[in-house]
Design a protein around this ligand. Structure first.
Ligand SMILES: *[C@@H]1O[C@H](CO)[C@@H](O)[C@H](O)[C@H]1NC(C)=O
Ligand SMILES: *[C@@H]1O[C@H](CO)[C@@H](O)[C@H](O)[C@H]1NC(C)=O
Ligand SMILES: *[C@@H]1O[C@H](CO)[C@@H](O)[C@H](O)[C@H]1NC(C)=O
Ligand SMILES: *[C@@H]1O[C@H](CO)[C@@H](O)[C@H](O)[C@H]1NC(C)=O
Ligand SMILES: *[C@@H]1O[C@H](CO)[C@@H](O)[C@H](O)[C@H]1NC(C)=O
Length: 351
């Protein structure tokens, strides 16, 4: 009787011990992963820096091995270019190009139990320098006093690249009250003067990303009538470039809107949100003086704050207090991010 009792006590002790052992074993858990997608221009740029991105995937657990997938395909070669995998699971990428954009997902496996966990898919957009396609001279004829616009010659898709126009000795054509360069490189002049023709003739479109650049063939600009002289005639504003009636933005990313109006004297641009003038520096809005008020950037889009009706308004002395108004509805998309309340924010258990 006593022996049986002792035996059952012992077996109870043993089962208790095995429970303790099981409790001290943890399935692998990802403890450090990049929170924010690398999707804004220059989050990742093509550059001479040794590492263009570094994606941690630290995990707790034992007997762990790491695996990464790019666009749902396992990365199998890690020889420094473009990918390198550290012992702690960190994926580094360098000398990245357009094809390295897409989704990155980390998998951590406990080799002993076969249990594997994986991260969310991190979105990455690599800054890309466009290349000019048909390298033909662009020739344009103009009349003094008329508006002028020319696109940056045809080039492959760019992401996060910066556009400018450069003249002789690589001098950048400046934006001013009459001249604008849109974020995608289109050059606008409200009304053209002899000085513009002299400065614009021979300039090239210049695309920069990281510390590389591409340049177009020169733009040739001349007057239809070489003898023409400027005769100032005032004109009320008219649009040369406006955003679409409906624009889309993604929460957490940046959004740019651009307006350019022709007219003489040169029109002034005012941005409003739901009828209220937008102030530079407030609520993530930036209206850079460098762009003469024509470019509105929302640096960190938030649906609550930014989904609204926007107007850009152009006026000059010919407007008589009745500005030209363009209306754009901004729709903000919110990405569904799966969050686990038990602090497994980045881990999803796979069995
Ligand atoms: C959640 O995880 C982070 C590391 O990713 C850790 O620093 C933090 O202490 C954890 N919080 C809780 C409540 O466990
Ligand atoms: C698992 O990890 C433990 C301790 O971390 C180690 O002693 C053991 O050899 C590992 N087993 C395998 C199969 O790697
Ligand atoms: C991965 O997907 C991105 C976005 O869809 C694409 O731009 C990129 O070229 C893809 N790369 C590869 C190697 O599939
Ligand atoms: C958006 O703004 C609201 C109010 O200002 C704030 O409560 C919320 O946390 C913000 N959302 C994000 C995703 O930043
Ligand atoms: C244009 O409108 C702005 C803002 O309403 C105003 O401050 C400015 O004086 C106007 N300019 C002209 C030339 O009417």
């Amino acid at each position: 009787m006593e022996r049986a009792c002792r035996f059952s006590f012992l077996s109870w002790m043993l089962s208790f011990l095995s429970v303790i052992t099981a409790a001290s074993w943890h399935p692998p858990m990802i403890t450090k992963f990049t929170q924010k997608d690398l999707v804004n221009p220059n989050d990742v740029k093509y550059d001479d820096r040794p590492y263009a991105f570094e994606l941690p995937c630290e995990a707790s657990g034992t007997n762990l091995t790491w695996k990464w997938k790019h666009n749902d395909t396992e990365i199998t070669t890690f020889n420094d270019r473009p990918y390198f995998l550290s012992d702690d699971g960190t994926l580094t990428g360098n000398h990245l190009a357009a094809e390295h954009s897409g989704s990155y997902q980390c998998f951590v496996k406990d080799e002993k139990t076969g249990i594997e966990v994986f991260s969310r898919k991190l979105k990455v957009a690599v800054t890309v320098l466009g290349e000019f396609i048909d390298r033909k001279d662009v020739e344009k004829k103009v009349d003094l006093g008329e508006s002028f616009q020319v696109q940056c010659p045809k080039h492959t898709a760019s992401f996060g690249a910066v556009f400018s126009w450069v003249g002789k000795q690589s001098i950048h054509l400046s934006r001013d009250a009459r001249r604008g360069i849109s974020p995608d490189g289109e050059l606008f002049v409200t009304y053209i003067t002899q000085q513009d023709i002299d400065e614009i003739n021979g300039i090239k479109c210049h695309i920069t990303a990281g510390n590389s650049y591409e340049e177009s063939k020169p733009l040739k600009l001349e007057k239809n009538n070489p003898q023409q002289t400027d005769s100032p005639t005032s004109r009320s504003p008219s649009w040369a470039d406006v955003p679409a009636a409906e624009e889309f933005a993604i929460e957490g990313r940046s959004k740019t809107l651009y307006c350019f109006a022709n007219g003489r004297p040169e029109p002034q641009i005012t941005w409003k949100k739901n009828g209220q003038q937008i102030i530079h520096g407030q609520n993530s809005f930036e209206i850079s003086h460098h762009y003469y008020g024509r470019r509105l950037i929302i640096t960190n889009v938030n649906k609550t704050t930014h989904q609204d009706v926007y107007t850009c308004e152009a006026n000059n002395s010919q407007s008589n207090g009745q500005p030209l108004i363009h209306t754009t509805s901004l729709m903000v998309k919110v990405k569904a991010v799966k969050r686990d309340v038990k602090n497994k924010t980045n881990s999803i258990l796979m069995t």
